[in-house]
Design a binder for this molecule. Structure first.
Ligand code: ATP
Ligand code: MG
Length: 468
């Protein structure tokens, strides 16, 4: 009050807002207006007005303004207030960042100048201006467009323009909000491109699937034909072999009878030719037998009777059989077996044929040295080996050695006698016995063929291997 009186005395009038705190805690505001009456400094007229409502609305207004400014300044999207002459009245920091200038520097400039670097409004350039549209329509307008910035980089932005009217309802300015959806757009474009690629891949896959279906059908048909042909081949081989065997036996016996003189004397030359014919008959017989066996095994028509078998006995018998032949060639034939009986679970006939084939080969392809038949226990199996000190198998030929009719042609020896069916047959017989067969060989040093036989029923080592 003291200040009020001082001012009254000095200016002859004074105005002061007074706050009166009540019990309820809500203050009441009064405006005290005083002025001196006449010339007397002692007489004054005072008017006390309740201005509580005005003070409250002023406080609310100030708060609203603070809220607005906090939101305006911190919005992630760019916001600008632009008047109907396209002049920017106010801009937030995001707007300034968006268009690469400071918020104060854009105020007072035309929006087309700041945003598009143009001196004239956008409509004159044939473009839709959301501010102009909003001015005409009076409603909030939203447009999306591609904007190229000062560095030539494309941006996708959405602009929303809302009209601001004066007390008479006349639109005087606009709130323009800018948001950049370049990243979303790019992600969308990427995903569109990917889905196009995916569709293309899908189409290709469908085509491939269709091709595959056709190929599968063709393969199935070929397979069926092959099965039929194999059956026909097997039947043919068995039929021809049977038909050949009977007359061949008759020819062989006939030749034998003449050769041994039972049907009358023959001279030396006749005897020599008859013996040659007899030997060839035997070879033909062996070939027929091999073919017949192979075709039977491949068709699964072999009588396979595994049982407990003493390998010690079998190996010694085979060794005895071939020892004479080996000595005739100047070779030693040895067997290396454990002292105790070696019992395997195998078919006696098959094991003998396997060993016969391998020892036969060893004899055939060895000119000096020793042939050794050995057997050692190897886990659940017995490993049998036939080792020679012969000519060996060239490395390049080793992968084909088990193929039917494949024989190695050595330059100095020519084509080996026989048909090249022995090892193919042997491999099949080892597989039937649930064993494995492989070999090691060095040209000029010798060869060792190994095969396994199970100790017990059900202990299958798998199919045979090629060279290891
Ligand atoms: P077949 O056994 O049908 O009378 P073959 O002995 O020639 O004829 P396989 O036993 O199948 O046929 O052998 C195929 C080829 O492998 C032989 O021709 C020979 O070239 C080579 N071969 C087999 N065993 C040996 C070995 N121990 N030493 C060197 N080469 C061998
Ligand atoms: Mg052979």
């Amino acid at each position: 009050m003291a200040d009020h009186l001082t001012q009254l005395k000095h200016d002859r009038a004074a105005t002061t807002d007074l706050r009166l705190d009540s019990q309820t805690g809500n203050p009441t505001w009064y405006e005290l207006s005083s002025f001196l009456v006449g010339d007397s400094p002692e007489l004054a007229f005072a008017l006390l007005t309740d201005i509580t409502a005005r003070r409250q609305s002023e406080t609310e207004c100030r708060q609203d303004r603070q809220y607005f400014e906090a939101i305006f300044d911190n919005l992630a999207g760019g916001v600008a207030i632009i008047d109907s002459q396209f002049v920017i009245q106010r801009a937030n920091p995001a707007f300034a960042r968006f268009f690469r200038c400071s918020p104060h520097a854009v105020v007072g400039r035309k929006c087309h100048e700041v945003i598009h670097s143009r001196v004239t409004p956008c409509q004159l350039h044939g473009e839709v201006c959301p501010i102009a549209s909003c001015l005409v329509g009076g409603d909030t307008t939203r447009v999306q467009h591609r904007h190229v910035d000062a560095d030539g980089r494309p941006h996708y932005q959405e602009t929303t323009v809302a009209p601001l009217a004066d007390d008479n309802g006349t639109i005087v300015s606009f709130v323009a909000m800018y948001s950049d959806f370049t990243e979303i757009k790019q992600a969308q474009e990427d995903s569109d491109a990917k889905s196009h690629q995916l569709e293309a891949l899908n189409r290709e896959l469908t085509v491939r699937q269709a091709q595959l279906a056709v190929q599968t059908a063709e393969l199935e048909q070929t397979n069926a034909e092959l099965v039929k042909l194999t059956g026909a081949k097997d039947d043919f081989v068995s039929m021809v072999s049977h038909e050949l065997r009977t007359p061949l036996t008759a020819i062989s016996e006939g030749i034998n009878l003449i050769a041994d003189g039972s049907l009358g004397p023959t001279n030396d030359q006749q005897t020599r030719f008859l013996k040659l014919a007899h030997r060839n008959c035997n070879r033909l017989g062996e070939l027929i037998n091999d073919l017949l066996d192979l075709s039977k095994i491949e068709a699964g028509r072999v009588d396979f009777r595994p049982a407990r078998l003493d390998l010690f006995r079998v190996v010694n018998e085979i060794a005895d059989t071939f020892r004479v032949l080996a000595h005739e060639k100047g070779l030693a034939l040895e067997s290396a077996l454990p002292d105790a009986p070696v019992l395997v679970y195998a078919d006696d006939r098959l094991v003998r044929r396997i060993l016969t084939n391998l020892v036969n080969n060893a004899l055939k392809f060895t000119d000096r040295g020793t042939i050794t038949i050995a057997a050692v226990a190897d886990g659940e199996n017995v490993r049998v080996s036939v080792q020679d000190t012969g000519i060996g198998i060239p490395l390049a030929e080793q992968s084909r050695i088990f193929e039917k009719f494949h024989q190695v042609h050595h330059q100095d020896r020519g084509r080996p006698a026989g048909t090249g069916l022995g090892l193919a047959l042997t491999r099949q017989m080892v597989a039937m016995s649930h064993g494995r067969i492989w070999f090691e060989s060095r040209e000029g040093t010798g060869t060792t063929f190994c095969f396994t036989l199970p100790l017990h029923p059900g202990n299958e080592e798998g199919k045979s291997d090629n060279a290891t």
